[in-house]
Design a protein around this ligand. Structure first.
Ligand SMILES: *[C@@H]1O[C@H](CO)[C@@H](O)[C@H](O)[C@H]1NC(C)=O
Ligand SMILES: *[C@@H]1O[C@H](CO)[C@@H](O)[C@H](O)[C@H]1NC(C)=O
Ligand SMILES: [Zn+2]
Length: 213
């Protein structure tokens, strides 16, 4: 989701990971999920991995389309910036497929976060990290108010939302700007710290979307 909260809470994460007992057949990174919601998150993570990998692969292709798409989201063609974004996207792709071997603990429940849901803003989930481990908590609206997947470039779906949260767990947590159109208005510094920029860039790379200026 969608806000980044203070780091004060974060030392709890490692402790939580240590004490959670997991049935062997269950994907270790998912907690407090009904079977239906577990399936939804599994599907979202599978798609998020594909999108993140598409983003990383596109950046590394060095194609004209790659340069144009990167410029449209991140407002730079600096090689260090490209290397950093590709590296973060690779980590997200790896984590999203890691299952038992991942370091992110993914809850289907809000676990104490205040899920805002009014006509102007709907909170889907909340991602955090202590620099090593991550935790993602999910609001009910994620499951009920967003499509699992949409192949419309501008639409936030569950897969793109999960990619956004995964970006938080991999160190991207600057001030948040949401939405496909709004992220295109950020300067380079802000976009490179904005999880939503990573999410929609990846979706565009995956779908071969038209470059927006
Ligand atoms: C980029 O945008 C952020 C947020 O609006 C702003 O604080 C910052 O000063 C801007 N940086 C540059 C280099 O324009
Ligand atoms: C991406 O879309 C462009 C047209 O917008 C097309 O020319 C190109 O072949 C497409 N690339 C892929 C990999 O689908
Ligand atoms: Zn966020």
């Amino acid at each position: 989701m969608r806000f980044f909260q203070t780091l004060v809470l974060l030392p709890l994460i490692a402790g939580n990971l240590a004490v959670i007992a997991r049935p062997l057949e269950e994907r270790a990174s998912l907690a407090k999920c009904s079977s239906e919601r577990k399936q939804m998150i599994d599907d979202a993570l599978t798609k998020a991995a594909k999108m993140a990998q598409s983003g990383a692969d596109l950046i590394r292709s060095g194609s004209d389309y790659s340069t144009d798409l990167f410029q449209s989201f991140f407002k730079t063609d600096d090689d260090q910036a490209k290397t950093r974004v590709a590296g973060v996207l690779e980590k997200i792709a790896t984590e999203a497929l890691a299952g038992d071997n991942g370091v992110v603990n993914y809850y289907c429940t809000p676990e104490g976060i205040n899920c805002i849901d009014d006509h102007s803003f709907i909170m889907t989930a909340y991602g955090e990290t202590d620099g090593t481990y991550g935790r993602i908590r999910t609001c009910p609206a994620y499951f009920t108010k967003f499509p699992q997947w949409s192949d419309v470039c501008t639409v936030l779906d569950q897969a793109t939302s999960s990619l956004h949260e995964m970006a938080h767990t991999k160190g991207i947590f600057g001030p948040e700007t949401y939405g496909y159109n709004a992220v295109h208005l950020l300067n380079s510094t802000a976009a490179l710290e904005n999880a939503e920029s990573y999410a929609f860039f990846s979706k565009s790379a995956f779908l071969n979307c038209t470059v927006s200026k």
